[in-house]
Write a protein that binds this ligand. Structure first.
Ligand SMILES: [Zn+2]
Length: 51
């Protein structure tokens, strides 16, 4: 297990993923920059790994 760059963690915490095309968008975006869909969800779910 390597050490995770803090910048990467912040990046993950401030990113939303489009449900349609899975493109990453910045938090605050109301539309996906790729497909224009509004179904965005935060990419936070995998920060804590299950044991
Ligand atoms: Zn999209």
């Amino acid at each position: 297990m390597g050490k995770f760059p803090i910048a990467d963690e912040q990046l993950l915490g401030s990113v939303v993923v489009c449900r349609r095309c899975k493109a990453r968008n910045k938090v605050g975006s109301t539309k996906c920059r790729k497909c224009g869909g509004s179904a965005l969800r935060p990419k936070n779910k995998e920060l804590r790994v299950k044991k």
